[in-house]
Design a binder for this molecule. Sequence first.
Ligand SMILES: Nc1ccn([C@H]2C[C@H](O)[C@@H](COP(=O)(O)OP(=O)(O)OP(=O)(O)O)O2)c(=O)n1
Length: 175
Amino acid sequence: MCYFPTRRQPLLCVYRTGVKWEIEFLAARWVKGTNTMAAQQNGSRSEPEGEFSFSAEPSLEHIRRLQAEFTAERDWSQFHQPRNLLLALVGEVGELAELFQWRGEVAEGLPDWSDADRERVSQELSDVCIYLVELAEKCRVDLPQAVLQKMELNRRKYPASKVHGSSKKYTEYTD
Ligand SMILES: Nc1ccn([C@H]2C[C@H](O)[C@@H](COP(=O)(O)OP(=O)(O)OP(=O)(O)O)O2)c(=O)n1
């Protein structure tokens, strides 16, 4: 797998043979950052107002491998059993919740938030994602496939024609 996001692709591909995922990941982040900066300098946004999408990389498998390397390098695998990871995950969810605490309703895009608070949200969401992915690994759940299967189940449980515009739980439907 290789990144082809910009004309800088040769730089990124140089690292492929070393299979140093962290370097690839940081390089991809750098590319995204410079793209964003360039867009800002040109006075343009990378996306139309109101639209948002994730970068294609890293995949969940890529994140799993990066975290596996991170823990192996520190001899921390001994601490990262499923129960500990679950507690760590819940702790990070708590830290994320704390950022939203007492603010009242928050608009999509967090328009009134400071850059520092947005950065904290980004970091806490990342902590949640990292621990979630590692917990899935330790539970031997193939998370991307499991998510697809769960979404299919959700579609069948909540047929759009039946529940359109309603937030009721499926158990509340009588027919
Ligand atoms: N034993 C550990 C400790 C940390 N991490 C990684 C995964 C998380 O992404 C992040 C969590 O680090 P901290 O426990 O220091 O928590 P925070 O980054 O949230 O710091 P703070 O609690 O000060 O906000 O580091 C890990 O994998 N295993």
